[in-house]
Design a protein around this ligand. Structure first.
Ligand code: CP
Length: 307
């Protein structure tokens, strides 16, 4: 039963519950008209303490397409946060006016704190360099829809694996499906954190290796998940400038990839995928962004218990 639950970490939901959401997303994609009124009378709050294009707009579009309404802020200084109000008091108040809340915050754990005090379901829309579970729902729906399965895959994750919250959530979620392998592609400074390597991969005996170049892995991959270097999480600009162009996927590197390898990216892209790759039929990152809206429609409907 998903009604009334929070989604803070991908592991909050079981594989079976993920599947419930994907099946509803399939139904919505098949016949969106049938769902255009299911949230009539319901209100979604978007509390974005950090910039966003895809996550905020796709949640807003999702609620509007379900017949509900949306209120919120994309600039925390326009709310009473600027006067020093705590997350706990903000969510208690927002819960008096709305039925479900989506929160993005630069501090890791902030949406978790909100969920503890909230009278309504809270969805983590990205907390610092920690987790981004609805991006993971998006990624899994994309892979499942376009490849037909979420098992038996060799998945390359490339770029900023240290601060990239989408990568952390994706590894956690994909580790629960059978026979997946991971190749982690990053410079030493941006390697995946220990809690992912030790607590998720090693603890569950999931095969993985770490390499430093796309060329060292691209020929083996079924999925290549590119990420940008997360400028906003660096402590100094010099390190960012030194590392920002570490990995660029271009047409030359795509020649070494399997014919059916999928290139995914949570976006935004900076320059880690050359624009020439966009016309390659293996590039799916904008299709992925579209699946993000459908899976969020399904998630909202499930958490509100509407049908
Ligand atoms: N993928 C993602 O979270 O994009 P935004 O930062 O634009 O929401």
């Amino acid at each position: 039963m998903l009604k009334g639950r929070h989604l803070i970490d991908p592991m909050d939901f079981t594989v079976e519950e993920f599947d419930e959401i994907f099946k509803l997303a399939d139904e919505i994609i098949e016949n969106p008209e049938a769902f255009s009124e299911v949230c009539r009378g319901k209100l979604l709050a978007t509390l974005f303490y950090e910039p966003s294009t895809r996550t905020r707009f796709s949640f807003e579009a999702a609620m509007l397409r379900l017949g509900g309404k949306v209120i919120g802020f994309s600039e925390p200084n326009s709310s009473s946060t600027a006067k020093g109000e705590s997350i706990a008091d903000t969510i208690r108040t927002v819960g008096c006016y709305t039925d479900i809340a989506v929160m993005r915050h630069p501090k890791e754990g902030a949406p978790k704190v909100a969920s503890i005090y909230s009278p309504i379901p809270v969805i983590n829309a990205g907390d610092g360099g920690h987790q981004h579970p609805t991006q993971t729902l998006t990624d899994l729906l994309t892979i499942r829809s376009l490849r037909g399965n979420l098992s038996n895959l060799t998945i390359g994750l490339c770029g900023d694996l240290k601060f990239g919250r989408t990568v952390h959530s994706l590894i956690k979620a994909m580790s629960r499906y059978e026979n997946n392998k991971f190749i982690l592609i990053s410079p030493k400074e941006l390697k995946a954190p220990d809690y992912i390597i030790k607590e998720v991969l090693e603890k569950n005996h999931i095969p993985y290796k770490e390499v430093e170049k796309i060329e060292d892995a691209v020929g083996e991959l079924d999925i290549l998940y590119m990420t940008r270097v997360q400028r906003e999480r660096f402590f100094n600009e010099e390190d960012y400038i030194r590392l920002k162009d570490s990995f660029i996927l271009n047409g030359e590197k795509m020649k070494q990839a399997k014919k059916d390898m999928m290139v995914l990216h949570p976006l935004p892209r900076v320059n880690e995928i050359a624009y020439e790759v966009d016309k390659d039929e293996r590039a799916f990152y904008f299709t992925q962004a579209k699946y993000g809206m459908y899976v969020r429609m399904a998630l909202i409907a499930k958490l509100l218990g509407v049908r």
